[in-house]
Design a protein around this ligand. Structure first.
Ligand code: ADP
Ligand code: GLC
Length: 489
């Protein structure tokens, strides 16, 4: 089976968050279930620098008024189609923002163009290759199924929601410029409170909608988590599935990780101390025995990092240390820095985005803190488990089903892997940090938590099988419908 996956980011070529980790690692796991994935993404300059040998497959004379070409490459075990459209993608900055951190003003056109190209490929534009199914991810590729349906292309489409907070909402007057007819401006397609919403269009036209954990799949049906789309999602509930993300066990393996000064596994956890020492030096913190609580994350309201700024005293006052590494909201950064200023040598806040540092933090920390207000899946806590860091997380979305709280029952059954808190507020977080500190003081119990965490296996295997089953069912259904149609049943 041939699947065209359409995405705006893909690890290790271009990454701003977990979406890239998923689109970069799922294809390898799917291959074991007989699924060949080809991934379409923009030919950003940073991607072109990393892919090595390429060949031009075809040209588009007019993708939303721009010239573009489709480039083929194979890199890092991935089969790639790169949409090379200089007017839209050759520029400085990241995939979504310019060099000053502001959204590119034509994102509405950039990702409509990506989706348009995907739809044309699905409809047979590429000589000699056509997918059996299309898998889109988040709002950036959600228009693909809208274009496909307008072209009369009935290939099955699976849309995965990685984060409902980002919806691709633009003014209605963009409709003509993205080459879509007026009739799609309706409540059962793109219309969204007088604007157009790319994600809503995808939700209305994809055959199956998945999101990245079963808990988040239930949460988004409520007005609290539905971000204004809970009505649409409730209408489409029969098509909605939750499949928890896996992680790439080769990329995130403390035994082979090239970014760690000292490699280790569950039988050699003592070596983690050496990484810890390098980590503390690197962040200019005191070398003492207190536990290191770290966060590697976007500094946003979603991630609850404002609550961490308020609750941090609990750790710092009681002998622990804190490292925060991330970027995002200036106010949250300021709040964190203000707390850090009161504890010189004990708390470091570094603004940046850098893969090796993220690995080193996991390799050297004792606990990873993730107090998200909502979390579709979350990958950081899974990396934490694998690296023998104990996660301290809020009970929401994927966090609630990947971490087992260290309550008495779970401790005595030897299944606990971390600390969860609920309700999700500063006080809840403070209590969870307190519980973690108390447990850290009990060396045996802490080691037990680390070991139990390191034994859990959030590989892609089982989740990839679930995606493959969805793909196969959709294709089977289409073939049967086609047969029924041809015999006039
Ligand atoms: P989200 O996608 O919502 O940001 P996830 O937990 O799913 O959250 O994925 C975050 C990914 O981004 C992880 O791979 C994490 O290691 C990475 N990441 C977050 N912040 C940084 C940073 N400052 N530097 C490097 N990697 C980061
Ligand atoms: C989103 C979510 C995160 C999830 C990631 C990958 O960015 O915020 O929870 O793990 O996508 O699916």
């Amino acid at each position: 089976m041939k699947v065209l996956s359409v995405t705006s980011e893909l690890f290790p070529l271009v990454k701003t968050g977990g979406l890239a980790d998923v689109t970069g690692s799922l294809p390898k796991a799917l291959a074991l279930s007989g699924v060949e994935t080809t991934t379409l993404l923009p030919a950003y300059p940073s991607v072109m620098e990393k892919v090595g040998q390429t060949s031009i497959l075809m040209s588009f004379d007019d993708i939303l008024g721009e010239r573009a070409s489709l480039i083929h490459a194979r890199a890092h075990g991935l089969d790639l189609l790169l949409l090379d459209c200089p007017a839209l993608f050759h520029r400085a900055g990241g995939p979504y923002v310019d060099a000053d951190g502001r959204d590119h003003s034509d994102n509405w056109k950039r990702f409509a163009a990506l989706s348009r190209a995907a739809a044309e490929i699905a409809h047979g534009a590429l000589p000699g290759w056509q997918p059996d199914l299309v898998h889109t991810h988040d709002w950036q590729s959600a228009l693909t199924s809208v274009y496909m349906r307008e072209m009369g292309c009935d290939l099955p489409v699976v849309l995965t929601i990685h984060n409902l907070a980002f919806q691709g909402q633009f003014e209605r007057d963009k409709l003509a410029s993205i080459g879509l007819p007026e009739h799609v401006f309706s409540t059962d397609c793109l219309e969204y409170f007088g604007d157009i919403s790319y994600l809503k269009g995808g939700l209305q036209t994809a055959d199956i909608i998945t999101t990245v954990s079963p808990t988040y799949a239930r949460e988004i049906l409520t007005s609290r988590f539905g971000m204004g789309l809970d009505g649409v999602l409730n209408e489409r509930v029969m098509a909605l599935r939750g499949i928890v993300n896996g992680i790439d066990l080769d990329v995130w393996n403390p035994m082979t990780d090239p970014y760690l000064p000292r490699n280790y596994d569950a039988t050699s956890l003592k070596r983690k101390r050496e990484n810890r020492s390098v980590l503390l030096d690197r962040f200019g913190l005191d070398q003492d025995n207190g536990p290191v609580f770290s966060a590697v994350t976007r500094l946003t309201w979603q991630k609850g990092m404002d609550m961490f700024a308020e609750a941090a005293d609990e750790v710092l006052y009681n002998g622990g240390k804190i490292i925060v590494f991330g970027q995002g909201d200036g106010e949250i950064e300021h709040a964190l820095r203000t707390t850090a200023a009161r504890y010189p040598g004990r708390m470091a806040v570094h603004v940046g985005y850098d893969e090796p540092t993220a690995h080193l933090i996991h390799g050297g920390s004792d606990a990873i803190v993730q107090p998200s207000r909502f979390e579709p899946c979350g990958l950081t806590q899974l990396y934490a488990l694998r690296y023998g860091c104990v996660p301290v997380v809020s009970r929401t979305g994927g966090l609630s089903e990947t971490i087992i709280d260290a309550n008495d029952a779970a401790m005595s059954a030897r299944v606990a892997t971390g600390f969860q808190f609920h309700p999700v507020n500063t006080e809840g977080l403070r209590l969870a940090l307190r519980r973690a500190l108390d447990t850290y003081a009990d060396t045996r119990n802490w080691a037990r938590l680390q070991n139990q965490g390191m034994k859990t296996r959030f590989s892609w295997e089982r989740s990839a099988e679930k995606y493959a089953a969805i793909y196969f069912n959709l294709i089977k259904r289409r073939t049967e419908d086609g047969l029924r149609h041809s015999i006039g049943a």
